[in-house]
Design a protein. Structure first.
Length: 94
């Protein structure tokens, strides 16, 4: 897989194609988000993780991706807000 080989631009082209063909394909959204995150394109990565979460609100990989974007952007206010919103979902309050 091109993402794991650090051929990020090639991976992004591949994931762009996948997302264009199947906009609701979760794995494509997550892979695109992770690749963009590796390239420090946090706003674009965040958009893909948020779209994945919109498709499946309990998808932990999307939630983790959103939190990673906020952390890497040093946006602690949104990171805490996202974490607080997900606590009941992940059972942290139990």
């Amino acid at each position: 897989m091109v993402h794991t080989q650090k051929r990020y631009e090639e991976a992004l082209e591949h994931y762009d194609h996948v997302v264009r063909l199947r906009p609701d394909y979760l794995e494509g959204r997550l892979n695109r988000g992770n690749t963009l995150l590796e390239r420090e394109r946090f706003d674009k990565a965040l958009a893909h993780f948020q779209r994945a979460q919109a498709l499946d609100s309990e998808l932990m990989l999307a939630i983790q991706g959103i939190m990673k974007c906020y952390k890497r952007r040093n946006d602690n206010r949104r990171l805490v807000k996202a974490f607080d919103a997900e606590q009941p979902l992940t059972g942290i309050n139990a």
